[in-house]
Design a protein around this ligand. Structure first.
Ligand code: ATP
Length: 231
């Protein structure tokens, strides 16, 4: 609530209030520089907030130590993927589960990730740095799922990927959502984001300017003109 993020004197997020209900997929859309990434970084404690509060499952987490967040059940798939390039695919996935000790369940989740992304299974021993961009995105999502999060934060999963890869990745995101995962999706590809999400918020210059059901926003003339390339 009233979330603020600033870089020095520059206010990137200017007091925004939004929520994601359990089991919902919610999109945060907006142009380059609108403050979407900064919002995710503040929720995941990569950045300190300059004001406001973040609550997760009835608990305030605004000042929680970043390493605690994974234990609390929040996993971020960062912009640019952030895989460990010198570790293998299997090792990257194991890193995702480092806070867990339920070995049998970890194996089950690994099978599920390999089911979502068979390509990762084929390349399990390959160094992550040698994967294509799309495969790295798969790995970043797989690694986040390995922590068995209660909230998945996705930052621009479509960025820089060929349309066929974007389609594959979004099929998995939708499958994960159907399993009941709570997802906050940041996307510049507004059409795609609105097509897969239930609700969405539009950010402009650090503020939320529109909010609603994704299907309604898809038909909103302001959204169509500004974000869907229509007049
Ligand atoms: P993008 O899709 O490009 O990531 P965004 O909507 O996620 O855009 P942010 O990355 O959150 O936007 O950036 C919001 C504002 O904060 C922009 O004006 C940006 O220039 C500024 N900003 C982002 N990171 C920094 C930084 N490390 N130092 C200074 N200013 C920054």
């Amino acid at each position: 609530m009233g979330l603020r993020v600033a870089y020095g004197g520059i206010q990137a997020v200017r007091g925004i209030t939004f929520h994601v209900a359990e089991g919902e997929m919610v999109a945060l859309i907006g142009a380059n520089g609108a403050g979407k990434t900064s919002t995710l970084k503040a929720i995941s404690r990569i950045l300190d907030t300059a004001g406001g509060t973040v609550r997760f499952c009835d608990r305030e987490i605004t000042r929680l130590a970043p390493h605690r967040l994974v234990r609390e059940g929040i996993a971020l798939v960062p912009e640019g993927r952030g895989v460990f390039p010198r570790l293998s695919v299997a090792e990257n996935l194991a890193m995702g589960a480092f806070v867990r000790s339920d070995t049998a369940e970890i194996d089950r989740d690994l099978d599920q990730v390999f089911g979502y992304f068979p390509r990762l299974k084929e390349r399990a021993e390959q160094l992550a740095g040698t994967l294509s961009g799309g495969e790295q995105q798969m790995l970043a999502i797989g690694r986040a799922l390995m922590s068995r999060p209660r909230l998945l934060l996705l930052d621009e999963p479509s960025m820089g990927l060929a349309p066929i890869m974007v389609q594959k990745i979004f099929e998995v995101i939708q499958a994960v959502a159907r399993q009941g995962m709570t997802i906050l999706l940041v996307e510049q590809n507004a059409r795609l984001a609105l097509e897969v999400s239930q609700r969405a918020y539009v950010m402009e210059s650090g503020e939320i300017t529109l909010a609603g059901e994704a299907s309604q926003l898809l038909n909103d003339p302001r959204v169509r003109e500004a974000y869907l390339g229509e007049s």
